[in-house]
Design a protein around this ligand. Structure first.
Ligand SMILES: [Cu+2]
Length: 253
């Protein structure tokens, strides 16, 4: 009976195994080189691609009605030949205007440029939830930056007392959208009350409706401020006593 393994077969087997190992190594090296060249090429393509970015020196803007504010718009470019950047705005609140100190600034040698942006809120400006978009275009590329804007109006203070039997002692508030109402609230019967504006007419305080904290002191008022965010005629209530009502008239400024 022939042996299953002899020395010669063993040597041949070992040589074959070594050959296979060598081939594996070679394949690994080739794959590695291909990967490195590929990544390098991608990095080169990405880093040499033309681009521009627009940024503002403020994350958001609260602007008083009848005033103006100036922001700085910075533009950085990469791998662009130069030229001018054309700037524009959209999405301003009602009766608010925007103007650039230079609506077509020249790209400087370091690839950057800038312009001031003056936002003017007219005497009849309003709008709490606008988003201004600044668009920059150059060499066929367009990029944008956004800025939430809220117009703030006048501030009015009211000392309001409330009781279950007699309701609120002030039953009319006249204002315009964007006005800030500051209430100093007392309880004239020492019961616990809470003031809210019922924008949606369901006689319940809802998440987007102004709601004061509870108050029950006859002598030490709590202060509660809110910005009027809607135009129309609304009822304000006590959260606990629906018979305690008043009317908020909010007009367009
Ligand atoms: Cu009450």
């Amino acid at each position: 009976m022939a042996p299953i393994w002899n020395e010669q077969m063993l040597m041949t087997g070992l040589a074959a195994a070594r050959g296979a190992k060598k081939r594996e190594k070679l394949v690994a090296i080739i794959v590695g080189v291909i990967l490195i060249v590929g990544i390098g090429t991608s990095v080169f393509i990405l880093s040499s691609r033309p681009d521009l970015t627009v940024s503002l020196n403020k994350p958001s803007l609260q602007i008083q009605r009848g005033t103006l504010q100036t922001l700085q718009v910075s533009i950085a470019t990469k791998n662009l030949a130069g030229g001018q950047v054309s700037l524009s705005t959209s999405g301003l609140p009602t009766n608010v205007t925007a103007s650039f100190s230079n609506p077509a600034p020249q790209i400087q040698a370091d690839g950057s440029t800038k312009s001031n942006l003056t936002i003017t809120a007219g005497g009849h400006a309003y709008g709490q939830n606008s988003t201004l978009t600044i668009t920059a275009t150059t060499n066929g590329l367009t990029r944008q930056a956004t800025l939430p804007i809220a117009v703030v109006g006048n501030t009015y203070n009211y000392n309001i007392g409330g009781s279950y039997a007699s309701g609120w002692n002030i039953t009319t508030i006249n204002a315009v959208e964007g006005d800030v109402i500051v209430l100093h609230l007392t309880s004239t019967d020492s019961l616990t009350h809470a003031f809210f504006v019922d924008y949606n007419g369901n006689a319940m305080p809802d998440p987007n409706e102004p709601l004061s904290s509870n108050f029950n002191s006859q002598t030490i008022p709590i202060t509660f401020s809110f910005i009027i965010t809607q135009v129309g005629t609304f009822t304000y209530y006590c959260k606990y006593h629906p018979n305690m009502t008043g009317t908020l008239h909010s007009a367009v400024p």
